[in-house]
Design a protein around this ligand. Structure first.
Ligand SMILES: NC(=O)c1ccc[n+]([C@@H]2O[C@H](COP(=O)([O-])OP(=O)(O)OC[C@H]3O[C@@H](n4cnc5c(N)ncnc54)[C@H](O)[C@@H]3O)[C@@H](O)[C@H]2O)c1
Length: 311
């Protein structure tokens, strides 16, 4: 297939590109390199270095004969979205709408959208959030992701643009930015390998192990994108491990892989952090035959090795 990946020079998008190339698909990338990097892409991949808000997007898709668009370009920071909700909406709502319009204009057959689980569902039930649970985003980032999800049925009905929404848990792995305020595996790995102190924010009070999250390795996320190329039309799938893991457990695994005995600084809760996020991913298993293959210990070891080699 001829596939375009927006945000393909970024962390998750570049692994999606790798998975598609390995299957023999022809891949083009739309990325403004605001956080992504050309080095994340193999040389044969055509990079259209452009903002997703650009009016020429439809022409690009048409010229490439694009059959599927996988949309990962986004303003990804919850904290930035709180500081500047207008910019978040500019990229995540209007930019995404421009992608959908461009698909309609170019006769693209399918749009796959990288949405979020954690920021959409709010505090998770003990059993994990399912796709049919109510969404209660408390950040502009969660609200903008939900808003674009809401437009997709219109494009399907009006423009025959098939779509699948993937709601990711906390994705981790090689190429994640270790300097952001999210992406705790990358942050801990980079800091511990450079003998810098790490802060562990509490769930309620210092020393309680921190927030509970659902971590999924990036190659498993890439496989989920491949799984919906020809399946899951009109559907939404949670993509995570369904395992509740504390930040303290992540720290212990990263420290062990990095060969560090340093203890983290125990801090109070960080304002705005959810206490618990956990996705029920049984729908993806049932309907797509997708399940994560890389366990947390193995995934963290591979991630730490990546950051060790990168220096
Ligand atoms: N990392 C996670 O845990 C996680 C969880 C849930 C959802 N997501 C979603 O997955 C997608 C990819 O996230 P990531 O973690 O790989 O982040 P990333 O920052 O590594 O990737 C985003 C890419 O989009 C590009 N980009 C940003 N704004 C753009 C614009 N206006 N025009 C063109 N390109 C632009 C960036 O240069 C970058 O290459 C995002 O949509 C994000 O919301 C990520």
């Amino acid at each position: 297939m001829r596939i375009a990946v927006t945000g393909g020079a970024g962390f998750i998008g570049s692994h999606v590109v790798d998975a598609l190339l390995a299957l023999g698909h022809t891949v083009a990338v739309v990325d403004d390199l605001s956080s992504g990097q050309r080095e994340n892409l193999p040389g044969q991949v055509l990079l259209y270095e452009q903002d997703i808000c650009h009016p020429g997007l439809g022409e690009f898709f048409r010229a490439q004969g694009t059959q599927v668009v996988i949309h990962h370009a986004a303003q990804i920071s919850v904290a930035q979205s709180v500081k500047n909700p207008l910019h978040d909406a500019q990229v995540n709502v209007l930019g995404s709408l421009n992608v959908a319009q461009a698909c309609a204009q170019a006769g693209v057959g399918k749009l796959i959208f990288a949405s979020t689980g954690g920021a959409l569902y709010g505090e998770a039930a003990e059993r994990g959030s399912t796709e049919s649970d109510p969404t209660r985003p408390i950040s502009p980032y969660g609200a903008s992701k939900r808003a674009f999800e809401g437009y997709l049925p219109f494009y399907a009905a009006q423009h025959h643009l098939r779509y699948t929404v993937l709601r990711y848990a906390n994705v981790y792995g090689p190429r994640q930015d270790p300097h952001g305020e999210a992406g705790v595996v990358a942050i801990f790995a980079q800091r511990l390998l450079h003998s810098q102190p790490c802060t562990l924010y509490a769930r309620e009070r210092p020393g309680d192990g921190g927030c509970v999250r659902d971590y999924v390795y990036v190659s498993d996320v890439a496989r989920a994108n491949v799984a919906v190329l020809e399946k899951g039309d009109g559907e939404t799938y949670n993509i995570g491990s369904s395992q509740p893991v504390t930040t303290a457990r992540v720290y212990a695994l990263v420290a062990a892989a990095a060969g560090s005995k340093a203890q983290p600084i125990q801090a109070g809760p960080r304002p705005g952090d959810l206490q618990r996020s956990r996705l029920d991913c049984s729908k993806a298993a049932r309907e797509l035959g997708w399940q994560p293959q890389v366990g947390l210990e193995q995934g963290i070891a591979q991630t730490v090795e990546y950051f060790r080699q990168r220096g």
